[in-house]
Design a protein around this ligand. Structure first.
Ligand SMILES: [Zn+2]
Length: 262
């Protein structure tokens, strides 16, 4: 029994170590239990579910604008090869989200509130960054860790094994996770990271990065005006904090922008 326990502990340690990867874009260590190779399948699966229930607008000026700006930013991102898709959802929601593998949606209310090309580019840059930086998979993995603490070690072994049967179990676990991607709020650090990388991306794509500051100023005004919190990025980090962080690095963003415009 003691030997078994010991080997389980060593498996856990091994599996945990195998899940911590250094993000090539940010240099930050991330704990992610879903292999990058599964991102595309998970994103597609979740997107298929979204298509079954959400009123996705395929044509028209607003849908086309989102696709055009999104594609332009994705092309200069660190993962241009992902199967990027940018859609408009016809719902009065002040929100946007990104799924693993590059599926991005903007709700109509959000798209209309930020009609200005550069402001929309700031929102799309932020979402593209979430997908590039694998924040959805990271957030789900954090959730899974909590489940594992309750359910035992089987799950964590499954997600890093080469055994096809156990790998299949991990895939099922992944599909449960896929359903949660859309609603799952990101952590504070992930949001600030997406603001930073997203603003770099928009600038590289040729959009004035100062629009990112305007987005958060407007978001703040809208919250104050309506008395309620929009779901997009919820309460933390605060809009003031985001604005401060963006302004502190604006020289760097503007330098990228000028390079892109040359
Ligand atoms: Zn975000």
């Amino acid at each position: 029994m003691r030997a078994l326990k010991l080997s389980m502990v060593s498996i856990l340690l091994f599996a945990t170590a195998a899940c911590v990867t250094t993000n090539e874009v940010t240099g930050r260590n991330q704990f992610i239990m879903i292999p990058a190779s599964q991102d595309a399948a998970l994103g597609l699966e979740a997107m298929t579910k979204v298509r079954e229930t959400a009123p996705i607008v395929e044509t028209g000026p607003l849908a086309e604008k989102i696709k055009r700006i999104g594609d332009r930013i994705a092309a200069i991102s660190d993962r241009p090869e992902l199967d990027w898709e940018f859609v408009l959802i016809d719902e009065p929601v002040l929100n946007a989200w990104a799924l693993p593998g590059g599926k991005v949606a903007v709700y109509k209310k959000m798209a209309e509130a930020f009609e200005d090309e550069a402001e929309l580019a700031a929102i799309l840059g932020h979402e593209v960054s979430h997908a590039v930086l694998r924040h959805g998979a990271e957030q789900v993995s954090r959730g899974q860790m909590q489940n594992i603490a309750v359910a035992g070690l089987g799950v964590i072994v499954g997600s890093t094994t080469d055994d096809p049967e156990i790998a299949q179990a991990a895939l099922v676990l992944g599909s449960v996770a896929a359903a949660g991607f859309v609603q799952m709020p990101h952590s504070r650090s992930m949001e600030l990271e997406a603001d930073d990388i997203g603003t770099l991306y928009m600038a590289r794509a040729g959009y004035d990065p100062r629009a990112a500051v305007r987005v958060w100023q407007k978001m703040k005004q809208m919250k104050e005006g309506q008395g309620g919190q929009p779901t997009f990025l919820s309460t933390h980090p605060s809009d003031d904090k985001r604005i401060d962080r963006l302004q502190a690095k604006m020289d760097v963003y503007l330098a990228e922008y000028r390079k892109a415009r040359r």
